[in-house]
Design a protein around this ligand. Structure first.
Ligand SMILES: [Fe+2]
Length: 391
C-alpha cells in the first residue's frame, strides 16, 4: 500500500526509506501520490530519521560497548590498493580526479585538493584490496594496536612511511574477516590547496546571480577527500561487533530484514566516527552482508568514495569518464541514507569507486536509524539500481 498523500511535509519526510519502499507496487510500478509537486527540504537529523530509531548512547549501552577501550580514529585518511599495471590505473585515476604527487618504480600516491597528503595509494602487484587507512590520535594508539592485535599484525610493529609524502607511521592489522585495516599517525600537514569557487545560483524568488553567466570547463571531477569505504562480509555480526568495540565507530543507520518467525536480522550498517559534538560524515565505513546471489562469492570491498565539489562538478566528471569509455556502474543519483549525490564507476582493475557530493553530517546527538534493507531504499532519484551494484 502506498502511503496516503499528505500535506504535512514533515510527515512525508519521516522515514523516507519506508515511504519510498511502500510507494512501489509488487509489479514494480510506482504508485502516484497525487498531484502534489516533488519537494526537497533540509530536515533536522532526528526528524528525518523518524521514530524507528534509538540514541547512540542507548545503542552503545545495549551492545555493552565501553568507550574507554576505544582506539580513537580521527578521520579517514586514504585508501590502499594493489594493481597489476600502475600506468593503466594512474590514467583512470587522473580521469577520476586525483593527481599523482609521488611515484616510484612500484608505488604511487594520489592527492585530492583537501587537507590530506594523499587520498589513494597504489602498489604494483596482483589485484588486491589493501584496506582503508584511519588517522589515530597518538603514537600510543599505534602501540596499543600492535599490542592488542599481535595475532593479525601485518606490519613489523609500527613502520615508518619514509617514502610516503608527509611521512608518518603505519600499523596494519586484519579484521575478523581478513580485510586489512590500516592506522597512521604523524603525517605532516599539507599546504592548503586552492578550493573551487561556490557557484552563485538563481532560484524563482532569489536571484543573486545578476549579470553573471554560468560557465564550466569540461574535465575530471576534482576529488576533495576520501569520504568512506564499504565491505561486504560473510560474518556481518562479527565484523559489526569488532569495529564498534575496538574503535569509535558508531552506527548512523542499521538496515534489517524481517525473518519468517517475526524476528529481524540486521544486515547492513552505515557507521560514522564518534568525535562527540564535532560534526562528521554520516558514514566513513559501511558493512554489508554477503548474499548468495552476489556475483562475487567471497567477502570483498564494495567501493570507496571520494568527495567532489557540487552537482555540476559531478555531472561534468560523469560525462568525462563516460567519454573516456570507462564503465559506469550507477549514477548520477541521490542516496536516501547519507543523502549524497552519488556516481559509481568501475576502475580499470574492476574495483568500484564513487564520486559523492552534498553528504549529511552527524554528531553524537544524531539518532541511530533503523530501516528495512531493500533496493528501493537506496536512492530517492537516479537510474534503477543495477544488479552489478548489489555485488
Ligand atoms: Fe558510497
Amino acid at each position: 500500500m502506498a502511503a496516503p498523500p499528505t500535506d504535512s511535509f514533515t510527515e512525508f519526510q519521516t522515514n523516507l526509506t519506508q515511504t519510498k519502499a511502500q510507494s512501489t507496487t509488487t509489479n514494480g510500478n510506482t504508485v502516484s501520490r497525487g498531484p502534489s509537486p516533488n519537494r526537497g527540504a533540509s530536515v533536522p537529523d532526528n526528524e528525518a530519521i523518524g521514530p524507528e530509531s534509538t540514541t547512540q548512547q542507548k545503542w552503545l549501552t545495549e551492545h555493552g560497548i565501553d568507550k574507554s577501550k576505544w582506539v580513537k580514529l580521527k578521520r579517514l585518511n586514504h585508501m590502499r590498493y594493489q594493481h597489476e599495471d600502475l600506468n593503466v590505473i594512474t590514467t583512470f585515476l587522473k580521469d577520476f580526479g586525483v593527481k599523482v604527487v609521488k611515484k616510484t618504480e612500484t608505488e604511487r600516491w594520489y592527492a585530492g585538493y583537501g587537507p590530506d597528503q594523499y587520498v589513494y595509494y597504489a602498489r604494483q602487484g596482483p589485484r588486491k584490496f589493501l584496506g582503508g587507512v584511519f588517522e589515530v590520535d597518538s603514537r600510543e594508539d599505534l602501540e596499543k594496536l600492535v599490542r592488542d592485535h599481535a595475532d593479525t599484525l601485518q606490519t613489523k610493529g609500527i613502520e615508518e612511511m619514509t617514502t610516503a609524502p608527509g611521512g608518518g607511521s603505519i600499523v596494519t592489522i586484519l579484521d575478523p574477516e581478513g580485510f586489512p585495516v590500516n592506522f597512521v599517525h604523524g603525517q605532516s600537514q599539507r599546504a592548503p590547496q586552492q578550493m573551487p569557487e561556490k557557484l552563485v545560483v538563481n532560484d524563482e524568488s532569489t536571484k543573486p546571480r545578476a549579470r553573471q553567466f554560468q560557465r564550466f570547463s569540461p574535465g575530471p571531477a576534482a576529488v576533495h577527500k576520501l569520504g568512506h569505504f564499504g565491505l561486504v562480509s560473510a560474518k556481518f555480526d562479527v565484523l559489526r561487533e569488532w569495529y564498534t568495540t575496538h574503535f569509535n565507530i558508531v552506527p548512523s543507520d542499521m538496515l534489517y530484514i524481517d525473518l519468517p518467525n517475526g524476528g529481524r536480522k540486521e544486515v547492513a550498517m552505515f557507521a560514522h566516527l564518534d568525535l562527540g559534538q564535532d560534526l562528521v560524515d554520516h558514514h566513513s565505513l559501511f558493512l554489508a552482508t554477503l548474499t548468495p546471489d552476489s556475483s562475487i562469492p567471497e567477502p570483498h570491498v564494495h567501493h570507496c568514495s571520494f568527495e567532489v565539489h557540487d552537482f555540476d562538478t559531478q555531472a561534468l566528471g560523469h560525462q568525462w569518464l563516460a567519454e573516456k569509455g570507462y564503465q559506469n556502474v550507477w549514477g548520477v543519483g541521490r542516496h536516501i541514507l547519507g543523502s549524497q549525490i552519488f556516481d559509481y564507476w568501475w576502475d580499470t582493475s574492476k574495483f568500484m569507486v564513487e564520486h559523492y557530493a552534498d553528504g549529511d553530517l552527524v554528531n553524537e546527538d544524531t539518532a541511530v536509524g533503523y530501516g528495512p534493507a531493500g533496493h528501493e531504499g537506496l536512492a530517492v532519484w537516479g537510474p534503477d539500481v543495477p544488479q552489478e551494484f548489489l555485488h
